[in-house]
Write a protein of this length. Structure first.
Lengths: 333, 293
């Protein structure tokens, strides 16, 4: 549920352990044994253990062990509940290649990833630039509204969009009928050709505000003089965007891009799970949803976990590739 | 800025900009507002134009959602689970984060690395293994708890929520603890405060901004989750989101829009109110710590 962070604005020239906002003295003494250094030296070990153990036990039991289990059981055929578990090596993975449903879910995931990433990032950047550079009146109100979807649950968003997309009485089709444009009406979630776009729109709707706010924070820390100087040289707003804004928030852009991949894989799952269930006929299925179906509903637990391993490897690889491909010399200001 | 460019072109551009941004804001606000309004409509009104205002306050939708669909009961479950999970995650994460930030001990790097790696493990990958593990535990304890203990237990759900947000919580708190100067602790130690007192009465109050941020993000994650609670609470005792999901599925079959919209409002309003109250804090927290729930 949690993905890592984007560095604070302008963090390109900061060390990683100063993310907070507290007074800035003493930062260099990281890890110093403050209390122990003055007097009372007797056993810190007990205190450290008492503080650390509860968290570590919970973390190990509910995160480490289940994660290890995902990888381990991907090598078995196992229903999940029955005791008979058979080691089959990489057989599950071999089956995946012949599984049309899996291939389709994979394609859908990749398509959603590409489309949603490009659109969300592009629009987010554009809006953030407009809001910071043009000093729009009512900026805070816009920001407030645009960020709303980020606090709503996915079930709510799915329900909102099924109300918007409703075949007979939905916001879109109802409006089209009102305008006598009945010909344009669509079965937004029931048409195999359209459903994936309908899901993509909901995903963009959900995450746009979040990324806009993030980029706005990054842009706010760019010194005003840079823009003033370039304006005197006659640079247009567009030029300023590409020559100043974009290069200077590049690092934060990179980080969000890397983590966007992971959160988009997850978002597509929860949204599809609530909105279409992967239908009609698997045309909006995504990887995690297919995994959940196999492992939980279909009781092909080992097979489901093999899918899980593929998703894990896939999103890790994509994140790595994106991070590599976008690497630039960090600029400072 | 405006003094430099005052030709008519930028002014037109500015109008276009306003139009565009307003259009996007409307695209977000209208569906939400529409649901809020439609929750007051009668059944017959749903088949008319979607743009009409409700004719009267049709409160029956809410009665149906609260009582018939048990949303009231689910609401209580959600509150309970969320509060308990927040208490749990703070109780274990604050001390751990403090120790990681301030004490030198063997294995600290390993612990830190493991927790950092944990940030990359999404709960959606491991929800089924967690479910099966709990089923296993129930089976092992069948003599003690014939009805099962771990599955269908809101307390256990809280524990799972807390556990799976530990990496994020500790990550954020550790970073903040490290930014607080050591002198405060030294002074407290000189005054003879115990290590425990230094942690709880000196450092914890100073870390309040970070704790607030963590509470906000964890709250949203717990309150809005449905995958974990759907899996771990298969019985009658559901959370609000799963209840809404059921209403949603029922609506597809019976076209009972009013009840669904009322249910959505019950879920949306508390979060929206909270958001309106703390939006500055939330957005600042996001920009400085930068996290996605």
């Amino acid at each position: 549920m949690t993905t890592l962070s984007t560095p604070p604005p302008g963090s390109t020239n900061r060390t990683s352990d100063t993310a907070g906002k507290a007074p800035s003295t003493g930062r260099s003494r990281r890890g110093a044994q403050a209390p122990a250094r003055v007097g009372r030296r007797r056993g810190n070990t007990g205190f450290v253990l008492a503080c650390l153990l509860p968290a570590l036990v919970l973390f190990t039991v509910f995160m480490v062990i289940p994660t290890v289990n995902v990888f381990r059981t991907s090598l078995y055929t196992w229903g999940g509940f029955s005791p008979d578990k058979q080691f089959v090596g990489l057989d599950n993975f071999r089956h995946l290649l012949d599984d049309q449903q899996f291939v389709r879910a994979f394609q859908n995931t990749v398509a959603l990833l590409v489309v949603v990433t490009v659109v969300t990032m592009g629009m987010g950047l554009f809006l953030a630039a407009i809001m910071t550079r043009q000093r729009l009146r009512g900026r805070n109100l816009y920001r407030f509204v645009l960020y709303i979807p980020n606090v709503l649950s996915v079930v709510v968003i799915a329900a909102i969009f099924s109300a918007v997309y409703d075949q007979d009485n939905g916001l879109i089709n109802g409006t089209l009928r009102l305008l006598s444009l009945d010909g344009l009406q669509q079965v937004w979630l029931g048409n195999q050709k359209i459903v994936l776009y309908s899901v993509a729109i909901a995903m963009v709707w959900q995450s746009l505000g979040y990324y806009m706010v993030l980029y706005m924070a990054g842009m706010a820390s760019i010194p005003e003089e840079l823009y003033e100087a370039s304006a005197l040289d006659g640079a247009s707003g567009t030029r300023q965007f590409f020559a100043i804004t974009l290069p200077l928030i590049w690092e934060s852009l990179r980080t969000t891009l890397t983590f966007f991949v992971m959160s988009a894989v997850n978002l597509s799952f929860v949204l599809v799970r609530a909105m279409t269930g992967g239908g009609p006929d698997g045309s909006s299925d995504v990887l995690l949803n297919y995994m959940y179906k196999q492992a939980y509903t279909n009781s092909s637990y080992g097979y489901g976990m093999a899918i899980g391993v593929v998703i894990f490897a896939f999103s890790f690889l994509v994140s790595l590739l994106v991070s590599r491909a976008t690497k630039r010399e960090p600029l400072q200001f | 800025m405006t003094t430099i460019n005052s030709s008519p072109r930028p002014r037109l551009g500015r109008a276009l900009t306003y139009a565009l941004v307003t259009a996007i804001a409307l695209a977000i606000a209208v569906p939400v507002a529409w649901v809020l309004l439609a929750s007051l409509k009668q059944k017959s009104e749903f088949f008319a134009s979607p743009w009409t205002l409700p004719k009267g306050l049709h409160i029956q939708n809410y009665v149906a959602a609260f009582l018939d669909a048990h949303m009231g009961q689910y609401f209580l479950t959600s509150v309970l689970v969320t509060v308990l999970a927040l208490v749990l995650v703070l109780a274990v994460s604050v001390p751990a984060a403090y120790v990681i930030a301030r004490y030198e001990f063997r294995g600290r790097r390993v612990v830190e690395f493991a927790l950092l790696a944990g940030l990359f493990v999404n709960v959606n990958y491991i929800v089924v293994p967690i479910f099966l593990m709990l089923v296993d535990w129930d089976r092992a304890l069948i003599d003690v708890f014939p009805g099962g203990f771990f599955i269908d237990n809101p307390g256990v759900l809280s524990l799972v929520y807390a556990a799976t947000s530990i990496p994020f919580t500790i990550y954020l708190l550790t970073a903040y603890f490290r930014s607080i100067p050591v002198e405060y602790e030294e002074a407290a130690a000189l005054d003879g405060a115990s290590r425990f007192r230094i942690m709880t009465q000196v450092m914890l109050p100073m870390a309040r901004p970070a704790v607030t941020t963590v509470i906000l993000f964890d709250f949203l994650a717990y309150w809005n989750d449905f995958i974990i609670s759907l899996t771990l609470l298969p019985g009658d005792n559901k959370t609000l989101q799963v209840g809404l999901l059921n209403l949603f599925t029922a609506q597809k079959a019976a076209a009972d829009y009013g009840r669904l919209y009322a249910g959505m409002v019950i879920v949306i309003v508390p979060v929206l109110l909270l958001y309106a109250l703390i939006q500055r804090r939330l957005i600042e927290g996001m920009a400085s710590g930068g996290v996605k729930g």
